[in-house]
Design a protein around this ligand. Structure first.
Ligand SMILES: [Zn+2]
Length: 73
């Protein structure tokens, strides 16, 4: 099961497969945790902020998902 790695966020994916769950999570990141897109982001990237003092960064979706993987270990 894929759960959101952000503190205080209880979102988790409801999907039949890991792949589908990750796609849902990518959508969730964009919808809930990504800055409004007003720039031309490269395809497959999202803007995320992690940690208390982190700046918004543009990262590949896979990297954003990687945060979750590290935190869940
Ligand atoms: Zn979340």
């Amino acid at each position: 099961m894929v759960r959101c790695g952000y503190d205080g966020c209880g979102w988790c994916a409801i999907a039949p497969t890991e792949r589908a769950a990750r796609e849902q999570y990518a959508d969730h990141l964009v919808a809930e945790h990504a800055r409004e897109v007003d720039a031309d982001l490269p395809a497959g990237t999202v803007q995320v902020r992690h940690g208390d003092d982190a700046e918004w960064r543009t990262v590949p979706v896979e990297e954003a998902l990687g945060y979750h993987d590290k935190r869940s270990e």
